[in-house]
Design a protein around this ligand. Structure first.
Ligand code: F6R
Length: 249
């Protein structure tokens, strides 16, 4: 695990966007695994700027998002479909047919999960997966639990996650109770993983992820076992880490 600590959120976003740009420069038809949430928003803004400045071409890029709420229509402004359009896809030249986001409205949700993993497999796997992390160390919507889920599946959201996400909805009651998410196994198969975290409220989850026991109780701890993980933090999220374990950039 390589850990970079940035002066602030802006620098973190810049660094993350640069890594995505390098990936696409090296392989124009890269398969990107994307996340929603507040953390990657700055990175998406930088990517849009890079696109506008003709530094990146997304025309052959393929994307797979980590997760989506279940039973939230895609035109709802809290759906992850909506989020991705508003923060990235509407402003770059990615082809619509190359965008994949789990369909939380699917009638046959089990089939949707199986087909999602199958589409990732057929395309040759994810080249770089972007992750945020929950206060409880969830990745995607893989909540702390007793076993690592191998595949894309439907998860019941924990109350703490619903409360954390309620800030985007009118009330807690409006936050969906279930979501469809890539499983830990689906995420782990990505060739490279880039975990982003900003802010003091992520410091404990990052500490447990880096130093803790590898356990499904701390879903992100599995990343300790992956060969190619880069963790990009701001100073606050890195507060509990030993400085010998990271580079300041
Ligand atoms: C989003 C996702 C979640 C978020 C996590 C952190 O697609 O999979 O795991 O990355 O909840 O969210 P923020 O960035 O809002 O703190």
């Amino acid at each position: 695990m390589k850990i970079l600590v940035c002066e602030n959120y802006d620098k973190l976003s810049e660094k993350a966007a640069q890594l995505i740009m390098s990936q696409i420069t090296l392989k124009s038809n890269s398969v990107l695994g994307l996340a929603t949430g507040s953390t990657p928003i700055g990175m998406y803004k930088k990517l849009v700027e890079m696109y506008e400045n003709k530094m990146i071409d997304f025309s052959d890029v393929i994307t797979f998002n980590l997760d989506e709420y279940q039973n939230l229509p895609i035109d709802n402004d809290q759906s992850y479909h909506y989020f991705m359009d508003e923060n990235l896809f509407n402003y770059i030249n990615v082809k619509r047919e190359n965008i994949h986001i789990p369909n939380g409205m699917a009638k046959d949700i089990k089939k949707e999960c199986i087909e999602y993993d199958e589409s990732i497999r057929k395309i040759g796997g994810i080249d770089i997966q972007v992750l945020g992390i929950g206060n409880n160390a969830h990745i995607g919507f893989n909540e702390p639990t007793v076993n690592f889920e191998k595949k894309t599946y439907v998860v019941e959201l924990q109350e703490s996650t619903r409360i954390a996400n309620a800030r985007f909805f009118n009330s807690l009651d409006d936050v969906p109770k279930n979501a469809i998410t890539m499983g830990i196994g689906s995420i782990f198969k990505s060739k490279k993983i880039m975990l982003l975290a900003a802010g003091e409220n992520k410091a404990k989850a990052i500490y447990d992820t880096v130093y803790g026991k590898v356990t499904p109780e701390v879903p992100a701890s599995i990343l300790q076992l992956h060969d190619d993980v880069i963790v990009i933090l701001d100073k606050e999220a890195a507060r509990l880490l030993n400085p010998v374990d990271y580079s300041v950039v």
